[in-house]
Design a protein around this ligand. Sequence first.
Ligand SMILES: *[C@@H]1O[C@H](CO)[C@@H](O)[C@H](O)[C@H]1NC(C)=O
Ligand SMILES: *[C@@H]1O[C@H](CO)[C@@H](O)[C@H](O)[C@H]1NC(C)=O
Length: 342
Amino acid sequence: MNFLSGIWWSLALVLFWAAPYMGAVGSSRVMCDNVPGLVSRQRQLCRRHPEAMLSIGRGVAAWTAECQHQFRQHRWNCNASLFVPGSRESAFVHAISSAGVVFAITRACSQGELKSCSCDPRKKGSAKDSKGLFDWGGCSDNVDYGVRFARAFVDAKERKGKDARALMNLHNNRAGRKAVKRFLKQECKCHGVSGSCTLRTCWLAMADFRKTGDYLWKKYNGAIQVVMNQDGTGFTVANKKFKKPTKNDLVYFESSPDYCIRDRDVGSLGTAGRVCNQSSRGMDSCEVMCCGRGYDTSRVSRMTKCECKFHWCCAVRCQDCLEVVDIHTCKAPKSAGWISRT
Ligand SMILES: *[C@@H]1O[C@H](CO)[C@@H](O)[C@H](O)[C@H]1NC(C)=O
Ligand SMILES: *[C@@H]1O[C@H](CO)[C@@H](O)[C@H](O)[C@H]1NC(C)=O
């Protein structure tokens, strides 16, 4: 069982609780000492940058939601407190939570919430791109600061050990940080006579976190199984037929369970009670989601917005309609409950 996500949750909760007291002298010490599971380097960073911890705490819900969105049609539903260490799912959780820290810290820098950073100070003066000269202006997201902070804070935990799993986690954490940087894009505003665009002001902005989530989801599906080198300094691809992982790829050691049945030992909640899609042929189909156990169907009626009309100007008015839909949920295995291994 793993405890990584336990730290994220306790960070989110303790920080939420501590936020109102942040102004008080010595409170950051109290707060940081109360987050369970931090290693000493993380506690140091927490005391030195208490406001950054608040930003991370707020970010936890955002990347948890993103993870659950990506896995919505999957047997494993991104319950981040349940996965096999060293598995493909563990690789994804490491990558998306590191990416989430980069995103949260960078955003906080731009919004002036942190003392230690601000908009990217190097994006000043004029520069040139394919469309010609432009001036840096506004606030460029300081993603390099976010990456440095995330590396120091998130990786601190893995730097303690030098085993295969620590190396794997460091690799996936880095892949997550790099993913956010990939979606940094230049936005510009035109100036000049009647929008002639003779003058441009540009800045770099992070894309919506969904882009990072979609990208890491693809990397999850193409994750590469690796084995530790003889000398223990790195890893190589487990099956020589597959390509070597790059820094952008996710890597894993352990095969995943099928997540069909509830088994605490392998970190599986099982799919009993999960909603499946009767007309789908994919991972969310009732056959795949329910692992061949079959499903129950219940008819529910719910209110939806319908017959929406646009009124000049500018409102959309809708009717309330009653909609009747069939919901399919996976049956439990014949012997319900957790499997026990005694
Ligand atoms: C995740 O799993 C734990 C352990 O079974 C459970 O208590 C918790 O409610 C689950 N969370 C979600 C979001 O499903
Ligand atoms: C179910 O699957 C079908 C086919 O893939 C898709 O068109 C439909 O939107 C899905 N329904 C839901 C509720 O996701």
